[in-house]
Design a protein. Structure first.
Length: 148
């Protein structure tokens, strides 16, 4: 839907639910020292952010895409503790950067790795370092060879 249609639908269907929920939170006898009271206080301190999607149709109703984007980093954090050394951590960071850059450019990471590991050892990149640009995930050559 267009942003204006989304805004109208949200005012009709979502606004009454949000208003009822916030009214319930404001009037419920929660005590701020327990977990439910802290959650209620947290909600009431962020009412403007919660209600923003009602008045602006371009705002998504949830932040699932952002949550999904950072999830690999959150899950990986524990695994990165086992990099053992600074060199291992650096290698891990390079590999993850390559994987995420390939993904952001709609490049199949396995095919991309296969391509660069097959081609680069046979190229004179020390004499012609600009060749590397042809092997970046956004290059036309890689897009043609490794797109999903």
């Amino acid at each position: 839907m267009s942003p204006s249609k989304r805004r109208k639908k949200r005012k009709k269907y979502s606004k009454p639910i949000v208003d009822e929920f916030l009214n319930w939170v404001k009037n419920a006898p929660f005590y701020s020292k327990n977990a439910l009271g802290k959650a209620a206080e947290y909600t009431l301190n962020r009412v403007n952010g919660l209600r923003a999607f009602l008045s602006e149709g371009r705002i998504e109703i949830d932040n699932n895409p952002a949550e999904n984007a950072i999830r690999p980093n959150v899950i990986g954090r524990k695994n990165w503790l086992f990099s053992v050394s600074e060199a291992g951590a650096k290698a891990n960071a390079i590999c993850l950067s390559m994987a995420e850059t390939a993904k952001a450019n709609s490049v199949d990471f396995y095919r991309y790795l296969e391509k660069i590991m097959t081609d680069l050892p046979n190229l004179d990149i020390y004499q012609n370092p600009e060749i590397i640009n042809q092997y970046m995930p956004w290059s036309k050559m890689i897009q043609a060879a490794c797109s999903k």
